[in-house]
Design a protein around this ligand. Structure first.
Ligand SMILES: [Zn+2]
Length: 470
């Protein structure tokens, strides 16, 4: 008997041939897609524990958001009008956040992602990783997976100034202050990956330093050492290596530790690269994760078209969610098109089908999970979403469905989310967590963090209606 049978949906498979089946079915057993095809080939309905009628729905592979930040859902908008945002974020994550904060933020973030149709999420712990202990990451990962999401949580060498200070809170609200040196980064990165890599069915720990290449604030020797060390841990435990990188970083890595640049390494947000760096990326196969709404685009372009023309591996990510981003990948599908079309004054760039692959199959390959997810195919795990297309803004749906979805759909149009055959959202109701409780717990954790931060200026923007906020 089947565990789950989806019938009557328009299947947009994103397989090798980009097959679309106008009225199709998907049969799921043991978390796998065991059969799929056109309804007229199905005949009599086979027995299944649960049948979901997808009439009026587009059925797609779950989206993969390969870059965001653990913690950001409880700091979004804070200090967005203050130029020293990075320092404030680091202070919050290192000195105002306790284990409950990390856990409840993990639940909230994954709930947001699932409600937008994301079935796999990657989160670096903190704005730049918090490395004084493995507990923040452990709590955040545990919170995420409680929703049913497929989660990669990352830790690694952090950016910013040294030494750093952190506070470890006790149950009674008192805390112990610690001074952290760079040496602790590799120790706790390795410990996290070793202990958490296989702890959960759908959650894992990966190596995700805040930045790789030529980080400011540390010596050239320390940079080379950390780049190699991060790669060593990723290789030894066979997990992806994921980081931020900007103009000059690729060249630095290529000249000092070229082995770091390989198809299991992904570099977000990759703005400001030279042409030489694009060629290095094309040669080495290292992935670029482009966040269209990330702030670094304001400083230097991510040369998306130039990269794709050179066959650089690339995926689109949200960089959710603080201070001003969303986990809604549907927005980013549209944004990546707009930015490139405006850059080159050319409305023909990045057709919708190509964009859809950049949030499904491409990130699946980058994370090494393309054999199990990223497309709807027999033999893959059943990571499936359905979009309610019987709505005014998507009508009439039968015509040009991929364009309708990429141009006009939004995260809230996702109606059902299935991960490894498990229905984690049904008609927009989360099934594994109680949304009311998720929001209440999150707010409680936010309030406590905010009290510890003790800064009204992060929520009060005196220039809110002026031309510039700083
Ligand atoms: Zn980021």
């Amino acid at each position: 008997m089947l565990d789950l049978l989806l019938i009557n949906g328009m299947l947009i498979t994103v397989d090798e041939e980009n097959t679309i089946i106008p009225k199709g079915y998907i049969a799921v057993r043991g978390g796998d897609i065991v059969e799929m095809g056109s309804m007229d080939k199905l005949g009599e309905l086979p027995e299944a524990k649960k049948v979901m009628d997808m009439d009026g729905h587009a059925v797609l592979p779950g989206l993969i958001d390969a870059h965001g930040h653990g913690g950001h859902c409880l700091t979004r908008t804070l200090a967005e009008h203050i130029e020293e945002w990075d320092d404030i974020a680091e202070y919050i994550y290192y000195s105002c956040a306790d284990e409950e904060f990390w856990y409840h933020e993990g639940v909230l973030a994954a709930a947001e992602r699932i409600k937008f149709g994301t079935t796999t999420g990657v989160s670096m712990i903190g704005s730049t990783p918090r490395i004084d202990s493995i507990e923040p990451l452990e709590a955040n990962l545990a919170g995420s997976v409680s929703t049913g999401i497929r989660q990669f949580s990352g830790i690694g060498f952090p950016d910013g100034k040294w030494p750093k200070k952190s506070r470890k809170y006790k149950k009674d609200g008192s805390f112990e202050e610690l001074t952290i040196t760079p040496e602790l980064a590799a120790v706790n990165t390795e410990k996290s990956v070793r202990l958490l890599r296989d702890k959960y069915k759908r959650g894992t720990c990966i190596v995700a330093p805040g930045r790789m290449g030529a980080r400011p604030n540390v010596s050239r020797e320390m940079n080379i050492l950390q780049n190699k060390e991060m790669l060593r841990i990723a290789k030894e435990y066979d997990v992806p290596l994921h980081t931020h990188a900007f103009g000059g970083d690729v060249k630095f890595m290529y000249e000092t530790s070229p082995e770091v640049l390989n198809p299991s390494t992904s570099l977000t947000h990759s703005t400001g690269y030279s042409d030489e760096e694009l060629d290095i990326l094309a040669d080495t196969g290292a992935y670029v994760f482009h966040g269209p709404t990330t702030y670094s685009n304001a400083v230097g372009h991510c040369k998306v078209m130039e990269m794709l023309e050179r066959k650089v591996n690339l995926a689109v990510v949200t960089d959710g969610t603080a201070p001003d981003r969303s986990y809604d990948l549907w927005r980013d599908m549209k944004n990546v098109q707009l930015i490139q079309r405006f850059r080159f004054r050319d409305g023909g760039l990045l057709p919708c089908g190509k964009v859809l692959r950049l949030v499904t199959m491409e990130p699946a390959k980058a994370l090494g999970i393309d054999k199990i997810t990223g497309s709807l195919e027999v033999g893959k795990r059943a990571d499936i979403i359905s979009v309610d297309v019987m709505q005014p803004h998507l009508a009439p749906f039968g015509v040009m469905p991929v364009q309708k979805l990429v141009y006009h759909a939004m995260g809230q149009d996702v109606d059902n989310v299935i991960i490894e055959g498990e229905v984690v959202m049904e008609h927009r109701v989360l099934t594994k967590v109680d949304q009311k409780k998720v929001l209440a717990d999150a707010e409680k954790s936010f309030n406590l963090m905010f009290e510890r931060l003790n800064r009204r200026d992060v929520v009060e923007n005196p220039k809110l209606y002026e031309l510039r906020q700083y």
